[in-house]
Design a protein around this ligand. Structure first.
Ligand code: UT7
Length: 336
């Protein structure tokens, strides 16, 4: 058995900055409400003229991660792509990455898992590397939320939170069992699937022919729905549990954490966790203020920024933790 190690990180966000004041021109909201409830000051939303999509942004993040990994793109053995906002209903964006990078016929796996998508993706990559099946795995989290949000007052409880962007990591084989990914922990609770969901265009309830015929502008099933307070309450409990699970599995204490990268769901959730675990500001990284909640992209973007800012050093104990729609949640414990 081998360990896996993150050897390259990259991210890409669209240039287009959308401030809270910009949103208040689209809907009944305001900067004070958004900052107080979420910590978000601005986010990036794609523009048609740039051609940015979930897959193209994922490719840009991946190219940076591969270059930093110091490997040739042809050394990538497998691609894992996490998103809830794919370019196409099918096929998923994994194959678009394979094509864009010009990597021959390596496997490309598309996963969902929403806000936990990157953590699930890391866990998948880690298992393949552990067993020796693959040596280098590319994991991408990327989202274009902005094209699917209800930007009227009706959708303000959701639309002010989400941003677009992509992050990527290259995981490679690590021979030293004390280094790299020490453990991953995945959970779900499907009982609450509808509490944070986008029901259409699934095939579960309606015929596409009926949808096209009805063409109903009031059909909110095409818009994301979130029971915000319920999700918030579950998030703080599950974040705490899954961080502790990861630490206990490795006989570590909260005080051993050098850097916690929480999924950027809401600054108040991150602060709750920080206070609960009595972590100082240097031990928790947040960038939701600048990017909003980018779902599967939030952890790789934050991890990359933390690394670029020299906030993660060799030998550090780094913990990734996520919670979101499904509900799904998980953590990754890393000896950097
Ligand atoms: O990433 C996946 C996981 N997601 C999360 O973890 C998100 C968890 N939930 C949250 O972050 C918070 O619940 C929200 C930020 C979504 C909402 O904050 P809240 O403090 O729970 O507000 P609320 O939904 O209870 O709404 C409070 C009030 C309501 O008005 P009334 O009924 O009190 O008159 C809303 O209509 O705020 C109103 N409101 C807004 N006002 C201005 C809701 N959205 C907005 C808005 N601007 N954008």
């Amino acid at each position: 058995m081998y360990n896996s190690k993150i050897v390259g990180l990259g991210y890409y966000v669209p240039d287009n900055v959308v401030t809270n004041d910009d949103l208040s021109e689209m809907m009944d909201t305001n900067d004070a409400w958004i900052q107080e409830r979420t910590g978000i000051k601005e986010r990036r939303w794609v523009e048609d003229k740039t051609g940015d999509t979930t897959s193209t942004m994922g490719v840009k993040a991946a190219e940076i991660a591969i270059e930093r990994a110091g490997i040739d793109k042809n050394d990538i053995d497998f691609i894992v792509f996490a998103t809830l906002s794919p370019d196409y209903y099918f096929p998923g964006p994994g194959v678009a990455v394979q094509k864009a990078l010009g990597i021959k016929t390596v496997g490309a796996l598309d996963i969902r898992n929403q806000c936990s998508g990157f953590v699930y993706g890391i866990s998948i990559a880690d298992q393949y590397i552990k067993t020796g099946m693959y040596k280098n795995v590319l994991v991408i989290g990327s989202e274009v939320h902005s094209r699917g949000l209800d930007k009227t007052t009706r959708g303000r409880g959701v639309s002010v939170i989400f941003g677009d962007g992509a992050g990527a990591a290259v995981l490679s084989r690590e021979e030293d069992p004390t280094k790299g990914i020490l453990s991953t922990h995945l959970h779900s609770e499907g009982e609450h699937a509808e509490e944070l969901s986008l029901i259409a265009p699934g095939m579960g309830k309606r015929w596409v022919s009926d949808i096209l015929r009805d063409n109903d502008p009031d059909d909110v099933s095409y818009m994301p729905h979130m029971n915000g307070q319920f999700v918030f309450k579950n998030a703080v409990v599950r974040f705490s549990e899954v961080i502790m699970e990861g630490l206990m599995k490795n006989n570590l204490q909260v005080s051993d954490i050098d850097m916690l990268i929480p999924h950027q769901a809401n600054l108040r959730i991150s602060q709750f966790i920080q206070n609960k675990f009595k972590l100082n500001d240097d031990q928790v990284f947040n960038n939701i203020q600048s990017y909003g909640n980018t779902t599967a992209a939030s952890i790789p973007i934050a991890l990359t920024e933390a690394w670029e800012q020299n906030k993660i050093k060799e030998g550090d104990l780094v913990v990734l933790a996520a919670f979101g729609s499904g509900f799904t949640w998980g953590s990754v414990v890393i000896k950097w």
